[in-house]
Design a protein around this ligand. Sequence first.
Ligand SMILES: [Ca+2]
Ligand SMILES: [Ca+2]
Length: 209
Amino acid sequence: MFIRYLLTICSLALATLSCEAVIIYTNPEDIQVVGVITLPPLEPVGVDLNFDGVDDFEFTRMGGQFGVDLVPLNDNRTIVFPKLPPDIGSFLVPLDDSFLITSEISSPLAWINMSTSVSSCVNIGCIGLFLGQTAYIGTEFQIEGQTHYGWIQFEDRIGSSGGYLLDYAYESEPGVGILAGAIAIPEPSTYVSLILGLLALACYRQKYS
Ligand SMILES: [Ca+2]
Ligand SMILES: [Ca+2]
């Protein structure tokens, strides 16, 4: 009886783990991304959202200018505000935590797979929607040929032409959108606590039945 009860609990727990779409959250040490020419010059900063060893996006210094670009690698895309007229580039859009990152986004925002300006400065001033903001970048990327959605949090600092990569996350279920800034809920530790709690209850009932 006890073994059957135990197996039932484990089956339910495993079913929960395998069927739930979960958010995979990564919070590394904040990484400085500087757009101005520094000595020594900073290398491009890659972002590997699903930590499979292949970078999905890359922060890089704008060629010959003082600013930071975000480059989607492979066929990945970011949410941007196209400059007018079109085809002369675009600005990366700072998203707040109420924004649902999914395939359908409202015009004039757009998904593109081209290098996009985070912010940039020249001696007469700075430009960029991200300027001086800490906000989320909407990302779409591929895992084994399937589309996933995620976010990257970036802190832009006025005067530095750059800023800091703070953290990032993605939705494990292909095609499912993610709220900007959402992290894993419930976290794996919650599942572990749940399973341990159920096992303790099972042991208690077995002992006193
Ligand atoms: Ca990757
Ligand atoms: Ca961090």
